[in-house]
Write a new protein. Structure first.
Length: 401
C-alpha cells in the first residue's frame, strides 16, 4: 500500500510494477496531479499554469488499485490505514509518500490576505498566477520575500522568485526605485559552500538586502506590513537568550510568502512519526529508507525524515533504493541498497539564466554533469523550462528514470 499519489508515490508504484509486483494500492484523494517545480516560472510569467496540471487517473500505473480518499489514521501494529470515509485498508508492506503540509495558519493574518494586497505565494496553484499578476502591477518600492525556519519543498524556491522579480524590475527600468528584501529564518543564503559562493554574487548584483535569522510571524495586508521575530541564532537573541524575542516590522509593496511546513497531521499523530522532531516526519533510516521501528514500512520524499532537501530530484534517487530494499524484504532478505542523500536544486537567477546545485548528505557538493554547473547558464534555463518537465511526465512518473 502506498499513501500518496504525488511524485514519490507514483514513481515508486511505477517502478514496482516494472519489477513485476501486481498487488499494489495507492491512497490519493486528488483528481489532479501538478508538476510543482514549474510554479516558480508561472509566478514570473515564464510558464503556463495549465501546462503544470494533468488528470490523476491516467498517471496511475496500469494494474494499480486507486483508492481516491484521504488517509486519516495509520496503525502499524494492526497494519491498517483508515481513510476519511471510514474505509479500513490492510497492508503487508507500507510506503508513506504523503508529501508535505503547508502551515499557512502559523503566520498571523496571512490566510486572510493571500491573493490580495500584493501578497502571494508560488506554493499554491491558485496563487502562483497571482504572483505574476502582482509583479506586473509593481511600480517600485519594497519587494519582500520570506523563507521559514522549517524544511520546505524545494529549498531554493523562496529565492528563485526573488531573483526573477529583481531581474524583472531591472528589465522594466524600475530597479533603482526597487528595494528587494529577503527575510529568511535561515543563517545563510545556502548551506552548500560552492552554491553560496555563486548566490552571494547574485545577491550583490541585484543589491538584495538579506535579513537572516528573521522568522515571519504576522502579515497585515491592509497596512502592507510584515512582522518578523528574531530566531535563536540571531546575535541579539544569543546575547540575551532569556529575554523575549525581538520583533521587527517591514513595510512592503509586494510580498511573496513561503509558509512554514511540516508532515501532514495524520502522520504527526501516528506511531510512524519521529518522536524527537515536532514537525512529525516519518522516522526512517537515512540510507535504506526503512522505518526504524516498523520494518515493513518505508518512506521517501517530503514526508520522510531523510536529512536532505525535499525535491523531486531527491525522489528520483530515493525511489530505486526504496524499491530494491522493499523487494528484498518481501523475499526475506536484508535491505542492501543505500541512498547517499543526493538532491539537486535548479536555481534560476534571472530570465534565461540558471545553475544547478547538486549535493549529498552533509551539504557535500556533488556535480554530475560534464560542464561547469557553478556558472549561470542559458542551456540550464532550457533544461529547467523544457527538459525537466518532459523527463518528469514521460520518464520519472512512468518508472523509467
Amino acid at each position: 500500500m502506498i499513501i500518496g499519489g504525488g511524485t514519490a508515490g507514483l514513481t515508486v508504484a511505477a517502478q514496482l510494477r516494472r519489477k513485476g509486483e501486481s498487488d499494489i494500492g495507492i491512497i490519493e484523494p486528488s483528481s489532479h496531479h501538478y508538476y510543482q517545480a514549474a510554479w516558480t516560472l508561472v509566478g514570473a510569467g515564464a510558464y503556463n499554469m495549465a501546462a503544470t496540471v494533468r488528470q490523476q487517473e491516467p498517471l496511475i500505473p496500469h494494474g494499480v488499485r486507486w483508492i481516491q480518499d484521504y488517509a486519516q489514521e495509520i496503525d502499524p501494529h494492526k497494519q491498517t490505514v483508515t481513510t476519511r470515509s471510514g474505509q479500513q485498508v490492510g497492508y503487508d508492506f507500507l510506503v508513506v509518500a504523503a508529501g508535505i503540509q503547508l502551515d499557512w495558519h502559523k503566520v498571523e493574518g496571512l490566510e486572510e490576505t493571500l491573493g490580495k494586497n500584493g501578497v502571494s505565494s508560488n506554493y499554491r496553484p491558485d496563487l502562483a498566477p497571482k504572483t505574476w499578476e502582482f509583479l506586473q502591477q509593481f511600480r517600485g518600492g519594497t519587494a519582500l520575500f520570506t523563507a521559514p525556519s522549517t524544511p520546505v519543498k524545494c529549498g531554493g524556491a523562496p529565492q528563485k522568485i526573488m531573483y526573477l522579480a529583481a531581474d524583472y524590475a531591472r528589465r522594466k527600468g524600475i530597479a533603482r526605485a526597487t528595494q528587494v528584501v529577503f527575510g529568511s529564518a535561515g543563517t545563510t543564503i545556502f548551506a552548500v559552500p560552492e552554491v553560496k559562493a555563486v548566490l552571494d554574487q547574485v545577491v550583490q548584483r541585484y543589491g538584495i538586502q538579506a535579513q537572516f535569522h528573521h522568522e515571519l510571524v504576522a502579515v497585515d495586508g491592509q497596512k502592507k506590513e510584515a512582522t518578523f521575530e528574531f530566531t535563536a541564532n540571531h546575535p541579539q537573541v544569543k546575547a540575551n537568550p532569556s529575554a523575549p524575542r525581538p520583533r521587527v516590522t517591514i513595510p512592503f509593496d509586494f510580498l511573496h510568502v513561503v509558509p512554514p511546513q511540516s508532515a501532514p497531521d495524520f502522520i504527526k499523530q501516528s506511531p510512524l512519526a519521529d518522536p524527537k522532531n515536532p514537525l512529525g516526519w516519518v522516522e526512517v533510516n537515512p540510507n535504506t529508507l526503512q522505518h526504524v521501528r516498523f520494518p515493513n514500512v518505508f518512506s521517501l520524499g517530503d514526508a520522510s525524515s531523510l536529512p536532505t532537501s525535499k525535491t523531486g530530484a531527491a525522489v528520483r534517487k530515493q525511489a530505486p533504493v526504496l524499491v530494491q530494499n522493499l523487494l528484498q524484504l518481501i523475499r526475506g532478505q536484508a535491505p542492501s541498497a543505500h541512498y547517499n542523500g543526493y538532491t539537486s536544486c535548479p536555481l534560476v537567477t534571472a530570465y534565461g539564466k540558471m545553475f544547478l546545485a547538486e549535493f549529498l548528505y552533509d551539504n557535500r557538493w556533488h556535480p554530475t554533469l560534464p560542464l561547469n554547473t557553478q556558472k549561470e547558464r542559458y542551456d540550464m534555463w532550457l533544461l529547467k523550462k523544457y527538459v525537466l518537465p518532459a523527463m518528469y511526465w514521460h520518464f520519472m512518473l512512468k518508472g523509467r528514470a
